[in-house]
Design a protein around this ligand. Structure first.
Ligand code: NAG
Length: 430
């Protein structure tokens, strides 16, 4: 928004030049080249000196006049609060790949669980700008934030669960924060994976339902009252964005596990929940959000069925459009190198199922090895048929309140690891 206020619109221009390549420079003070980007990209204003071709549809071109120089030509800045959304399309699967706004290829993205919990719109705009201008097209976020005690009014929460009752917070510190993220994503052509519940206790999760409805984390999947409210929450979120082209997919849960359960428990829950979401919204993809456990492999812990997940059986659910899997060797007692076979083993199942799979989270905490280890995983993923994209865990940046959360895995914008795992990876994807 701040850019729009200082620009004065002189005239609309249409200039025919050679098209600027993906992520190429297309404007800025003193620039005299083409302002037209190749198909699927538009010229986005970055600052006075630099505009860049970024993914998305073309927006209004304007010329701007500065006080003592000639006119410079640039696209409207990507400020979601002042700009008409980029006309996008719904994300689809196509064979073993995804199609985003007409482009079918491998896509890179990231995770930012906290973005809908920010209270400052400018921070949301900033981080989305940094992601999209770096070539990341998929952003996975938490669409849940469950509490058993109502926090202060400046703390964001989405659902209050207590003693068998629930209140969905649609206020300014509730789902309106998610609304802003969706709107800001729409304006930039970013596609969001929105998740509905956490297996872990962070931001409430299944545990917050257990506190309100009784039972346990494993009986949650079949607890009628808890499932009724989980579906009511899903409906409240999905209904807000049924026609938004910023939604990549709805996701049932973050890393759902049912330790020691028969795999039919999660299978039945995933079947019924995904059918329910499809009945509400036929525009968007639906996925599970699990870690990828439970499939034939080398017999190491992640391949076992002990967490109640049968990955291949779940991939066969017709109302799940694609598969997900994660990779954390240090938490699973495997080696980093083992991660490459974890990726290719999943790909074989994706090929057999005829559905794309998303390498949805991965990370290591040893700072010195991130580029070599995760870079190799990315290369393996990109080279393997059946894996349609990857999202590293997780995105870090500096916002108005300072540095964002760092869990040790975090890759911060504009660092050497960012160059390795984002800039170079996006270039390699092409
Ligand atoms: C990944 O592949 C690129 C070439 O596309 C190469 O430059 C890079 O070194 C590879 N990274 C690793 C860690 O193997």
């Amino acid at each position: 928004m701040k850019f729009v206020l200082v620009l004065s619109i002189v005239a609309a221009v249409v200039i025919v030049y050679a098209q600027v390549e993906e992520y190429g420079k297309c404007g800025g003070q003193g620039y005299s080249g083409s302002i037209a980007c190749v198909s699927g990209y538009f010229c986005q204003y970055q600052n006075q000196w630099y505009s860049q071709c970024v993914p998305g549809a073309v927006t209004t071109l304007i010329t701007t006049k500065t006080s003592h120089t000639n006119t410079v030509t640039s696209a409207l800045p990507s400020s979601s609060s002042t700009k008409t959304p980029v006309p996008g399309t719904y994300v689809k699967t196509k064979g073993l790949k995804f199609t985003i706004d007409g482009v079918t290829k491998y896509f890179a993205g990231t995770n930012s669980y906290w973005i809908a919990f920010l209270t400052n719109n400018a921070d949301v705009d900033l981080v989305l700008d940094h992601m999209i201008t770096s070539g990341l097209r998929i952003l996975r976020i938490w669409g849940f934030n469950d509490v058993n005690t109502i926090p202060g009014s400046d703390t964001v929460y989405f659902q209050y669960l207590s003693a068998g009752t629930a209140t969905i917070n649609t206020g300014a510190n509730g789902l309106q924060r998610l609304d802003y993220v969706v709107k800001a994503a729409e304006a930039r052509g970013m596609k969001l994976i929105i998740n509905f519940v956490n297996n872990w206790n962070d931001y409430g999760g299944i545990n917050a339902y257990v506190n309100a409805y009784g039972g346990s984390k494993t009986s949650w999947y079949t607890n009628t009252a808890a499932q009724g409210q989980y579906k009511a929450y899903i409906k409240a979120v999905v209904s807000r964005y049924i026609t938004s082209t910023a939604i990549f997919a709805w996701e049932l849960g973050n890393e759902p596990r049912c330790n020691g359960c028969d795999t039919s428990v999660i299978y039945d829950w995933a079947t019924s929940t995904s059918q329910y979401i499809k009945s509400l919204d036929s525009n968007h993809l639906v996925t599970l959000g699990d870690e990828g456990f439970g499939l034939p492999g080398d017999g190491s812990y992640p391949y076992t069925y002990s967490e109640g997940v049968d990955w291949i059986k779940n991939l066969g659910i017709s109302t799940l459009d694609f598969g997900t899997f994660h990779l954390y060797p240090s938490s699973w007692g495997t080696t980093n190198e083992w991660g490459n076979s974890w990726i290719t083993t999943h790909a074989v199942a994706c090929q057999a199922a005829g559905k794309p799979c998303l390498f949805e989270e991965y990370g290591i905490t040893l700072a010195s090895d991130k580029c070599s280890v995760e870079g190799k995983w990315q290369n393996t993923s990109l080279a393997t048929t059946g894996i349609a994209g990857d999202l590293f865990w997780d995105f870090g940046d500096t916002i108005s309140s300072g540095k964002t959360s760092d869990d040790g895995n975090t890759i911060f914008y504009n660092t050497a690891d960012w160059t390795c795992l984002v800039t170079n990876h996006v270039k390699a994807i092409g």
